[in-house]
Design a protein. Structure first.
Length: 110
């Protein structure tokens, strides 16, 4: 099992940059580099001992497109956001901030 985990770690070590940025694309003389928030995870199990033998595993991931960097000749680079993707990525942060402010306000009222 340990060998499998080490082999898996070697295979997915370089996936992060490729998942987050993708390949640059040339469009009408401009270089477009897509940007995405990506994550993945794996799990596994094993049962040794009395009773039925069993094992299992699984994995999954997700990616939210955030926008693209667009570069033109002469060093002009700008970020074009994907507003829906940015809202999806910011929602958990906004929720946690709201909860924290609620706790702070309650503590200050006491």
């Amino acid at each position: 099992m340990a060998d499998f985990v080490l082999e898996l770690a070697e295979n997915v070590a370089g996936v992060g940059v490729k998942t987050s940025y993708g390949d640059p694309v040339e469009v009408d003389g401009s270089t477009v580099i897509p940007v995405a928030l990506g994550w993945y995870g794996f799990g596994g199990g094993n049962s040794e001992g009395e009773g039925p033998q069993g094992s299992g595993g699984g994995g999954g991931g997700a990616s939210i497109p955030l926008g693209a960097y667009i570069g033109r000749g002469g060093g002009d680079v700008r970020f074009e956001p994907n507003l829906i993707g940015l809202v999806l990525a910011a929602t958990p942060l906004i929720w946690v901030t709201g909860k924290a402010l609620k706790w702070v306000i309650r503590a200050l009222k006491r």
